[in-house]
Design a protein around this ligand. Structure first.
Ligand code: ADP
Ligand code: MG
Length: 360
């Protein structure tokens, strides 16, 4: 992460609200993004990601709240004075212009000289490895190339803040994964502050320094990918990020109970609303009933699903509850998987025994 003020700028969002009719697209959003940070806004469709990004860009006027870039209030600044680069899902390239003209466009708007424009466009295209196609028409370009051109156009005037709204979602899986790594490398090299919108949690985990999980116009947790995955602070985040089962537990005198048995939790449980145990498939192990270094879950195998590199075994715990356990696919005979109908005991290590509540 770069924190060079020449390259990047901090973003401070405070109590931002935007309502359409009676509907809050943004509901009291506060978020501080460090200079040079790659921060993703992650949430399902309609959670307010685009509205927040557009408020940063200046295309949506919030009802209330503050947005500061490098400490300077931006709320009343028009988009062209905010000097942010933008890249969207639809490339929004001009089809009647060639590659050069498309990338040169933001520089022309800003009144750069011809020589300066030429040099900067070449450099931006070299950054995305398309400098050899500078005179080509847009319609001759593939989806991936168009997306690179859109990126070159977004960074050509060296903005300190780059806003990206689902920029890769129109690409097929393989190209999307390649571009994810390219964007990350580009960010490392150029060092600007990036706010990246995605509904794809894997993409967010792959790319980001930190992730803000959104739903219903609110931020539910902001954290590093690892913390978000390992230590979700509420049930919504636990279910949204990664695979998990959330099993209802009860609290009695500070003691967690699951299916009438005590459970040793690694997280604070006092005052949780509708507490549930978060179980991720890779955290479970098959154990014997006398295992003492972990919490035990008892159930029956309902299905064994082959998924290539791993196998997912589904377990019915009774009382309408189920979990899945993931095991790597190996040929070793000692690593035998149970079969459908078999009674099994699952172990969950104490440090992986996480109890969360609904958001207050
Ligand atoms: P996301 O990008 O996370 O899918 P959006 O920010 O686009 O979500 O939208 C959040 C909510 O605000 C949605 O319910 C959407 O219908 C609503 N919304 C967004 N823009 C407008 C608008 N211009 N007029 C009315 N409702 C809007
Ligand atoms: Mg959107």
């Amino acid at each position: 992460m770069s924190e060079d003020p020449k390259l990047s700028m901090s973003i401070d969002i405070e109590n931002l609200t935007k309502t359409y009719d009676n509907f809050a697209a943004l509901d009291d959003v506060s978020l501080s993004i460090k200079s040079g940070e790659f921060l993703s806004l992650l949430g399902s469709s309609g959670s307010g990601k685009t509205t927040l990004l557009m408020a940063l860009a200046g295309f949506v006027r919030p009802d209330a709240g503050s947005i500061r870039f490098g400490g300077r209030e931006m709320i009343f600044e028009p988009p062209h004075k905010r000097d942010v680069g933008m890249m969207f899902q639809s490339y929004a390239l001009f089809p009647h212009m060639n590659v050069f003209q498309n990338v040169a466009y933001p520089l022309k708007l800003r009144g750069y000289s011809r020589a300066d424009i030429r040099q900067r466009v070449e450099q931006a295209l070299a950054t995305v490895e398309l400098d050899h196609l500078i005179e080509r028409g847009i319609t001759e370009m593939s989806g991936g190339q168009r997306q690179r051109i859109a990126l070159a156009r977004a960074i050509v005037f060296e903005p300190k803040i780059l806003l990206m709204d689902e920029p890769l979602s129109a690409l097929d899986k393989r190209l999307r994964e390649t571009m994810q790594l390219e964007l990350r490398r580009l960010h490392e090299r150029l060092g600007m502050t990036v706010v990246y919108v995605t509904h794809d949690q894997r993409e967010a985990l792959t790319m980001s320094d930190r992730i803000a999980v959104m739903s219903k116009g609110r931020i539910r947790q902001v954290d590093t990918p690892i913390n978000l995955y390992e230590r979700p602070s509420n049930r919504f985040v636990a279910e949204f990020v990664g695979e998990s089962s959330c099993l209802p537990v009860t609290l009695q005198d500070g003691q967690v109970q699951f299916q009438g048995r005590p459970l040793r939790a690694s997280s604070a449980t006092a005052g949780l609303k509708n507490p549930s145990l978060v179980v991720r498939p890779e955290k479970l192990q098959f154990v014997t009933a006398d295992a003492s270094d972990c919490n035990l879950l008892h159930g029956h195998v309902t299905d064994v699903i082959f998924q290539g590199e791993s196998q997912l075994v589904q377990i019915d715990l009774g009382e309408g509850m189920a979990v899945a356990i993931r095991r790597p696919t190996r040929s070793s005979a000692s690593d035998r998987l149970p079969t459908r109908g078999e009674a099994v005991v699952l172990g969950l290590h104490l440090q992986d025994t996480l109890v969360v509540g609904d958001e207050q």
